[in-house]
Ligand binder design. Structure first.
Ligand code: SF4
Length: 444
């Protein structure tokens, strides 16, 4: 049996010099790197790369910055320089030819990309909430917002609680402050992530915090409402269907939160879900999906499923297919079960042969592609809002996403004529055509 051994995340050391504005830049860069799966190193020795955020305001500050670069080179050797001194890249290179990359002040994307280049993040589908492509390409106009770390569940195939511990939620005011900063820096879409978004605040006993003069509880509904008031698209990922998820649906009806739910169901058969030890294993979930769609007709539901979990019989698998037919999910991801070192499911009896897993995977993908194609075809002729991700200079077209599409994991909307559009614009688009995963149209 093949097992998967997980890579260690790379570690970044930081030397932050200069004024509070520079410190805020450092925080923003580190927040991004943390959400990309990096760990921080408190010393030079443990770092895979050292980031020196320089200040060049006065000659004395420049001298201090150069000294800090020299020290980092001597102590570690793998150094990326950013900040105000980036303007003097030639002078830095002349004195320290071994510096790996130099970027200027406020160039978040460039400095994060430089760190990715010299110490690739080593994304693991078993640990990371953010898709690999998202890590490499996250542009300024959308941002992942992590609201908690760790998890109180103990799913049989997962080692997150073992590696990251039990749920630790961030204070709601800290999350909202970060969201405000991201939006001020150009973010148009916040992608709320955690291991278990519905459990947010449980460890804080859902206590209230002061936010701009009013109390906001550490609770998914309160946080989602407040995030929605900031004016960006708010997309909720990793939502387990606990009963209180029902109270987020009205926020979608009000337009505060995108009509989108990413619910990692993983299976439908009660027997397999029990064996997986999945949370919120609710027999009435189909009924609730119908009820949610009754309240928000455009609600897009995305989910992921595991096929070939130990003990999954043909009957369990048929149950899953029938359930998928019934649930009519908008987007479906599917994984073949892989035993991860350290997860209880690794040593479970009745492992499913690889060829059976492959065949079940194909059947889930074929069914979900058909459902997706039908749902997208029903959008032809409608006008929908699209957030532009990329403008293609060569073809003159653009690619974006509707409210139903998260970056990298869902479909896209292809515009045949970009006109004056630029990444981050939100425009109404007339849908002219569709296929199994994408829409095609023109801005109106
Ligand atoms: S809910 Fe289950 S799969 Fe998700 S992080 Fe927690 S233990 Fe892992």
């Amino acid at each position: 049996m093949n097992t998967v051994t997980l890579p260690k995340p790379p570690r970044v050391g930081l030397v932050s010099l200069g004024c509070p504005k520079n410190l805020v830049d450092s925080e923003r860069i580190m927040t991004k790197l943390r959400s990309d799966g990096y760990e921080m190193s408190p010393d030079y020795a443990g770092a895979d790369v050292v980031l020196v955020n320089t200040c060049g305001f006065l000659d004395s500050a420049k001298a201090e910055s150069l000294e800090a670069i020299g020290e980092a080179i001597a102590e570690n050797g793998r150094v990326v320089v950013t900040g105000c001194m980036g303007k003097e890249a030639d002078a830095i290179r002349e004195r320290f030819p071994d510096v790996l990359a130099i970027t200027g002040a406020h160039q978040y994307e460039e400095v994060v990309a430089a760190v990715h280049d010299v110490a690739p993040p080593g994304v693991s589908p078993f640990l990371d909430l953010v898709p690999e492509a998202g890590l490499k390409l996250t542009p300024r106009h959308y941002s992942y917002l992590k609201i908690s770390e760790g998890c109180n569940h103990r799913c049989a195939f997962c080692i997150i609680p073992h590696l990251r511990g039990d749920l630790v939620s961030r204070r709601p005011d800290a999350v909202l402050r970060e969201a405000e900063k991201l939006i001020a820096a150009g973010t148009r879409e916040l992608l709320v992530i955690s291991q278990d978004t519905s459990a947010y605040g449980l460890d804080l006993k859902h206590a209230g915090w002061n936010w701009h003069g009013r109390e906001v509880r550490a609770h998914m509904t309160d946080l989602a409402r407040e995030l929605g008031k900031l004016g960006a698209w708010v997309r909720l990922h990793y939502v387990y269907p606990y009963p209180h998820v029902d109270s987020v649906i009205p926020l979608m009806a009000e337009g505060l939160v995108l009509p989108y739910l990413d619910i990692p169901f993983q299976h439908a058969s009660p027997k397999v879900l029990r064996a997986m030890k999945r949370p919120a294993n609710d027999a009435k979930v189909l009924q609730r999906i119908r009820q949610w769609r009754g309240q928000v007709s455009d609600l897009a539901i995305r989910s992921s499923f595991v096929v070939g979990f130990p003990g999954e019989t043909e009957e369990d698998f048929d149950y899953l297919l029938n359930w998928l037919e019934e649930a009519q999910l908008d987007r479906v991801g599917c994984f073949r079960f892989e035993p991860v070192e350290g997860a209880p499911a690794m040593s479970m009896a009745d492992q499913v042969p690889d060829e059976v897993k492959a065949e079940r995977f194909d059947r889930v993908m074929a069914l979900s592609a058909r459902i997706s194609a039908d749902k997208l075809a029903a959008k032809v002729g409608r006008t929908i809002d699209v957030l532009i991700d990329v403008v293609d200079e060569e073809t003159g077209g653009a690619t974006g996403r509707s409210k139903a599409d998260a970056p990298e994991i869902d479909g896209e909307v292809h515009l045949r004529d970009a006109g004056e559009l630029k990444p981050g614009d939100i425009v109404p688009v007339l849908v002219e055509d569709s296929d199994a995963h994408d829409l095609y149209g023109v801005a109106v």
